[in-house]
Design a protein around this ligand. Structure first.
Ligand code: ACM
Length: 265
C-alpha cells in the first residue's frame, strides 16, 4: 500500500520562512510516501500588484523552497507536491512542483488562472504531464481552478496518471463536489490540498474554504478535513487500482470513448 497525505494550513502572506517551517513541521508528522500541500503555500495568495508578487517569486533553479523541501524529501524518503510563485525571466507563474526523494523535480504551471490571478500571473505555457513519484507512482498535477475544466484531469488520466495532486486555494463552494465526479469519471485517486484562513492585503481579501480531501477511484471520500482546521490527513491507497478503467463487463471508461464525436475545440 502507498501512504498519501495532504497538509491543510493557513500560510502567512510573504513569510516564506514561516511557511516552510510549517510545511516541514506538519509534513514530518505525516510519515507518508507522498504529501500534497496547498497552492502558493510558500508565499500566500492575495497580492495587490505584480511587483509585490515578483519580489517573493523564485526561479526553480535557485529556489530556497525547492532546495529546503528537497532536503526534507531526502530525509523523510517521500515525494511532495506544493504550490509556489515561479519566476521565469520577467514572468511569474502560479506553479506546483513535484519533488522526489532522489532530488528530481517536475513543475506544472497553472493553465486556468482564476479571477485576479489573471492580472498577476502568466498563464501556464506547457502541457499537462505525468511524472513518477516515489516508487514510480504516476502523478499528474493540476492547480485549484483547473477543476472547472474536465479536460484538465481527463488529459492527465489519459496520459496515465494514477494519482492527481491538486494544490488549491479555494474560495468558491463547488470544487470538492466536482472533484468526486472527476475522480469517478477518470477512475483515478485525487488529493485536493486546500488552505484555510482569511488573507487581507490592502483593499483585497479572501476567505479560503478548507475541506481538503483524498478521493478513491470511485469518487468516494477516503479522508476529509474541516473548513477551518489546520493539520493533515492520511490514506493508504493502492495506485494500481487506477489502471483499471472497467465500468461493466461491456464498458470501459476509456476505451469506450468516441472522440470522433466530441467537439472540444
Ligand atoms: C483558485 O484557483 N485559486 C480558486
Amino acid at each position: 500500500m502507498y501512504r498519501v497525505a495532504l497538509v491543510q494550513f493557513a500560510p502567512r502572506l510573504k513569510d516564506i520562512d514561516h511557511n516552510l517551517e510549517r510545511m516541514q513541521e506538519l509534513g514530518d508528522r505525516c510519515n507518508a510516501d507522498l504529501i500534497v500541500y496547498p497552492e502558493l503555500c510558500t508565499t500566500g495568495y492575495v497580492f495587490v500588484s505584480s511587483d509585490e508578487l515578483y519580489r517573493v517569486s523564485e526561479s526553480a533553479a535557485d529556489s530556497l523552497c525547492i532546495s529546503e523541501m528537497a532536503e526534507f524529501c531526502a530525509d523523510k524518503d517521500c515525494s511532495v507536491v506544493f504550490g509556489f510563485a515561479e519566476r521565469s525571466a520577467d514572468q511569474v507563474f502560479n506553479s506546483s512542483v513535484l519533488i522526489n526523494p532522489d532530488g528530481s523535480i517536475h513543475i506544472y504551471r497553472k493553465i486556468h488562472l482564476f479571477s485576479r490571478e489573471k492580472l498577476l500571473f502568466s498563464p501556464g505555457d506547457q502541457p499537462f504531464a505525468v511524472h513518477a513519484a516515489k516508487h514510480g507512482v504516476r502523478v499528474g498535477m493540476m492547480i485549484c481552478f483547473d477543476w472547472q475544466y474536465p479536460e484538465a484531469m481527463r488529459t492527465l488520466a489519459l496520459k496515465g496518471a494514477q494519482v492527481i495532486c491538486h494544490p488549491a486555494n479555494l474560495v468558491l463552494p463547488w470544487c470538492q463536489r466536482a472533484m468526486t465526479i472527476r475522480s469517478l469519471e477518470n477512475r483515478v485517486f485525487s488529493i485536493t490540498a486546500n488552505r484555510v484562513g482569511k488573507e487581507i492585503n490592502g483593499k483585497f481579501g479572501e476567505t479560503f474554504t478548507g475541506k481538503s480531501q483524498i478521493l478513491n477511484t470511485r469518487g468516494e471520500i477516503l479522508q476529509q478535513m474541516g473548513e477551518t482546521e489546520e493539520g493533515f490527513i492520511i490514506a493508504e491507497i493502492d495506485p494500481i487500482l487506477a489502471d483499471d478503467k472497467t465500468v461493466t463487463e461491456y464498458n470501459n471508461a476509456f476505451s469506450d470513448r468516441r472522440p470522433q464525436f466530441y467537439e472540444l475545440g
